[in-house]
Unconditional design. Structure first.
Length: 302
C-alpha cells in the first residue's frame, strides 16, 4: 500500500522477508513510500504502525456497533420491565382495578376451576403482579374500546388476533401500524363480530385515535412516552400536562416539560404550597399543576 503525501493511503508495496525473529513478529524487507525506500527497522516500525492503526479502527467500529446494539437492547428492556403495580396502573389510566386485572389475567368462573376468557394483554412480568410500560400503553389503547362501548373481551381478543395476522405484527395495541392501518381493520372486524352499527364504528375509531394521539414513539415506532388522561370525562379536548416516560423518574408520572414527579407536587401541596406558588416555582400554569395533582391525591384517597 502506497502512502501519498496528502495523507491518504493507496497501496503499500512491501517486499517480505519474514524469518521468525523469536518475538512472534516478522521482519519486513523494505517499504517503498513515494520514492523513499525504507529498509530494516524503519520498514518494520512503519508496518507495525499501519497494522496497529488498522486494528484500532476495526476495534473502534466493533465497539461502536456493540454500543449501538446494547443501547437498543437497553431501551427495549426499559420498555418491557414490570414497573407498574395494578393499583397504580389502574389509577393512571382511570379504569377500575378489577377491569385491568381481567384484561391482563383473564377472568375465571365461579370456584376458579375454569376460565371464562383468556387475557387480552400479555404481561411482560413473569410473576404477573405488575405491568411494563408497553403493557401500560396497551391498556391505555384498550380503554378506548371499552370506555363507552363495553365490547366483550373475547370479541376484542378475536379482533386483535385478526389484526395481528393481517398486518403480521405482534402486540398490535402497542405498534405504530395499529395507528395507521390497524384501526379500520380492528373496528370492521369487531363490527362483524358484535354487529356494531356504522355510526358506532365511527365513534369507536375516533375514540381510539384520541387515545393513540397521546402516545409518543421513537423512529422505530415503539412507544416511549404516554400522556395521561387526568380526568374520566372530556376525553377529546383534555389537556396533557402529565407524561409517563420510563426513562424519567423510574417511569412515574411527571409534569411534562419539567420532569418533576407528580408525587413531589402532591407533597408540597399537602404541606401548604398553593397552586400559584407551585406554578411559579416550576414555570407553568396553575391548571397544569392542578391536573398533575390528580395523579397523586385522588389515587391515595381511593
Amino acid at each position: 500500500m502506497r502512502v501519498r503525501p496528502d495523507g491518504f493511503s493507496t497501496r503499500l508495496n512491501v517486499a517480505l522477508n519474514r524469518p521468525n525473529d523469536g518475538t512472534g513478529k516478522y521482519r519486513l524487507g523494505c517499504v517503498a513510500m513515494d520514492g523513499v525506500m525504507l529498509v530494516g527497522v524503519g520498514a518494520a516500525k512503519l508496518s507495525t504502525m499501519l497494522i496497529e492503526s488498522g486494528a484500532i479502527l476495526k476495534k473502534a467500529d466493533f465497539c461502536g456497533e456493540l454500543a449501538n446494539n446494547m443501547a437498543k437492547r437497553s431501551a427495549q428492556a426499559i420498555l418491557s420491565t414490570p414497573a407498574y403495580p395494578f393499583v397504580e396502573a389502574a389509577h393512571y389510566l382511570n379504569i377500575p382495578l378489577s377491569t385491568l386485572r381481567a384484561w391482563c389475567l383473564g377472568q375465571g368462573a365461579a370456584g376458579g376451576k375454569t376460565q371464562t376468557f383468556r387475557p387480552v394483554i400479555r404481561l411482560d412480568a413473569n410473576d404477573r403482579r405488575a405491568l411494563s410500560f408497553l403493557n401500560l400503553v396497551e391498556a391505555h389503547v384498550l380503554a378506548a374500546i371499552r370506555r363507552r362501548h363495553h365490547v366483550p373481551l373475547p370479541k376484542v381478543r378475536l379482533a386483535l388476533s385478526y389484526v395481528s395476522k393481517k398486518l403480521n405484527i405482534d402486540r398490535p395495541l402497542a405498534r405504530a401500524a395499529f395507528q395507521t392501518d390497524g384501526i379500520d381493520l380492528f373496528v370492521e372486524k369487531l363490527g362483524s363480530l358484535i354487529n356494531v352499527a356504522r355510526d358506532g364504528q365511527t365513534e369507536m375509531k375516533d375514540m381510539i385515535r384520541d387515545h393513540l394521539k397521546r402516545i409518543d414513539r421513537d423512529t422505530a415506532g415503539l412507544p416511549i412516552r404516554l400522556f395521561l388522561f387526568t380526568r374520566k370525562d372530556e376525553i377529546k379536548e383534555q389537556p396533557s400536562p402529565v407524561v409517563v416516560d420510563p426513562r424519567i423518574a423510574f417511569g412515574r408520572p411527571v409534569l411534562a416539560g419539567r420532569s418533576v414527579p407528580t408525587a413531589v407536587l402532591a407533597d408540597r401541596f399537602k404541606a401548604g404550597d398553593t397552586l400559584v406558588q407551585l406554578a411559579e416555582d416550576y414555570d407553568t400554569s396553575s391548571q397544569n399543576i392542578e391536573e398533575a395533582l390528580r395523579c397523586e391525591l385522588e389515587r391515595k384517597a381511593a
